[in-house]
Design a protein around this ligand. Structure first.
Ligand code: SF4
Length: 302
């Protein structure tokens, strides 16, 4: 089985040659690469989806508070909001779910890197919000939800092959930006069953996060990361909305990813996870860094 590809075009050609649909081919590829059968790959996807659902529940049930104090139960606040200014439930759930999962990540809890820890709330937040609002019969063991994960994986695999999924190499466009592209594509596939629509939504989403810096305060994956998971989940939903209206990205997905790579290469190392620029160098950022170096003496349990 030929398993390598570096573009949407190449990937969709392989899928067509094999006579499978996109998620089916991705699952067959994973089975081939890992020496398992397709049922075992689906079991593994189900296991990982369940981990994200557990993290989501934990983020709401136990307001997450980190030693730094930078993470302090934002998901619980979103969840408790009785009169949100925006009344769309898919929107509100996706934002709150993304934050809940990422707060658990920021506090050292168990999550799934999706594609990274810093961006771990976006894809599962979107998928579970879709499930809870649009298709209540889905579960971690549903082939349809597993297929959506495989579509997200296909989009992430092209980004990894053409550019990077690392904030240290490409800035946050490569982490949260990539996650939003993966999530928008997964939802577009759930909405349409069309691989081309999935990549179109991904292109629309990724274009809107090009140039996003990685400048975490004190080098901790908390600020801007946790709240950015909500913002980028929103980005993915905007892309989904545009795609569903028949709006095409003027620049195709493969070219958007190449632009992302070029922008990442042009970005200063100060804006690529070194915590030497941007928000990390604000007076607040430097105060948090000094507190961290002193062992967070004001932390509640210190
Ligand atoms: S700001 Fe940096 S550390 Fe935070 S999620 Fe983005 S890439 Fe990851």
């Amino acid at each position: 089985m030929r398993t390598s590809f570096t573009s949407e075009a190449e990937l969709l050609e392989l899928v067509a040659e094999a006579g499978r649909d996109l998620p089916g081919w991705m699952i067959a590829r994973e089975a081939f690469l890992t020496g398992r059968d397709e049922a075992a790959v689906r079991d593994e996807i189900a296991r990982r989806l369940s981990i994200t659902r557990t993290a989501l529940a934990r983020g709401f049930k136990e307001p997450q508070r980190s030693v730094s104090g930078l993470t302090e139960g934002a998901a619980a606040k979103l969840h408790a909001q009785v009169n949100p200014p925006v009344r769309d439930e898919l929107w509100n759930r996706a934002l709150a779910y993304a934050v809940a999962i990422n707060e658990v990540s920021a506090c050292g809890g168990r999550i799934v890197a999706f594609p990274t820890a810093g961006s771990s709330g976006i894809v599962p937040g979107l998928l579970w919000a879709w499930r809870d609002e649009r298709e209540g019969e889905l579960s971690a063991s549903s082939p349809r939800l597993q297929d959506a994960v495989a579509v997200a994986g296909a989009i992430g695999a092209v980004i990894a092959a053409r550019a990077t999924l690392s904030g240290a190499a490409g800035g946050c466009q490569a982490e949260c930006g990539a996650a939003a592209a993966m999530g928008s594509g997964a939802l577009a596939w759930l909405a349409s069953g069309d691989a081309g629509r999935a990549f179109n939504a991904a292109a629309l989403s990724l274009k809107n996060s090009l140039g996003l810096a990685c400048d975490p305060v004190a080098g901790l994956v908390e600020v801007p990361c946790v709240k950015r998971n909500a913002f980028l989940a929103g980005n993915a939903l905007v892309a989904l909305t545009l795609d569903s209206a028949g709006i095409r990205s003027a620049v195709p997905f493969d070219e958007v990813v190449s632009a992302m790579k070029a922008i990442g290469d042009m970005m200063s190392p100060q804006l690529k996870e070194s915590a030497e620029g941007g928000l990390a160098m604000t007076p607040t950022g430097l105060r948090v860094k000094a507190a961290m170096e002193a062992g967070f003496p004001d932390a509640p349990d210190s």
